[in-house]
Write a protein that binds this ligand. Sequence first.
Ligand code: PMV
Length: 308
Amino acid sequence: MTVTASAPGKLIILGEHAVVYGKPAIALAIDRRIKCTLSKASETTVNGRPFEDDKHPYLKHMLLSSPHPVRIETESGIPPGSGLGSSAALSASFLKALGKLKGDEMDGERLAKEAFSVEYTVQGGASPLDTSASAHGNGVALNAPEDAGEFLWEISMNGRRWSVRDIKIPEMTLVVGYTGLHAATGPLVEKVRKYRDKNTFAADIVNEIGCVTLEGMDALRKNDLVRLGKLMTHDHKLLSILGVSCNELNKLVDASLRHSYGAKLTGAGGGGSMMALTDDPDKVCEAIALHGGKPFVVRTGVPGAKYE
Ligand code: PMV
């Protein structure tokens, strides 16, 4: 038996980093996916090569729940370390396919919880934002007020608790600018943790990101893209103060702003990608390319983890 499943990457519209501390956040699944094809085998292989523990930390962890070796084929439309949720998409697509292979199919809630547990273990600290967006698709809001959208599930880890809601997203055009710089999420989360633990000023910034995100949920509900854009740009400034932006990201954000409602880094930062909300995607793509980034327009409103 061979099973193929795919899962989407995501963009964080508002709230990254602060969400690790239980603040609200909004993520959208995007039309960039990872596909995993699995079959039972006599030896575990990844894309035709013998499996190596240290090369595949996420797979290593997930394979613990497999009763037999697995032949794994992956296809990815999401650059690793790009801030677009490649590890969550890998975990969600792999676990979805493995469940079926074992005769134990997973619904969205179980998938989101198990994929989050993998991220948390491998990264050493994370929120369930990426994994919930990848499992559910469309848009998800964490720790949002009740009227923000339909309740999906609640996830707890080490004394923290996040509620996850489905959130309706108005039509909008988003352009991503990839810096080409690979930045691992774990060390950036750790950097913010240390800063916040030592410094009440940094803790205030985390709280302010939470307030900006709540306002953004209201702007989304009212389809007020002008206000949402301003909040995104403000969020970028707050993330820069926390130390998770970099020159390359700032350059791309700055260049996009001339033709956008707003722009910000998306994901962990330190490289990876930025995003701009715009009515003029051609101009934004041009500006990003001119400043050394790799631009692409993304489509939202896509399904979560599914069999192919
Ligand atoms: O860069 P990504 O796709 O791993 O997103 C990280 C988002 C953080 O808020 C920084 C961490 C998290 O797990 O929520």
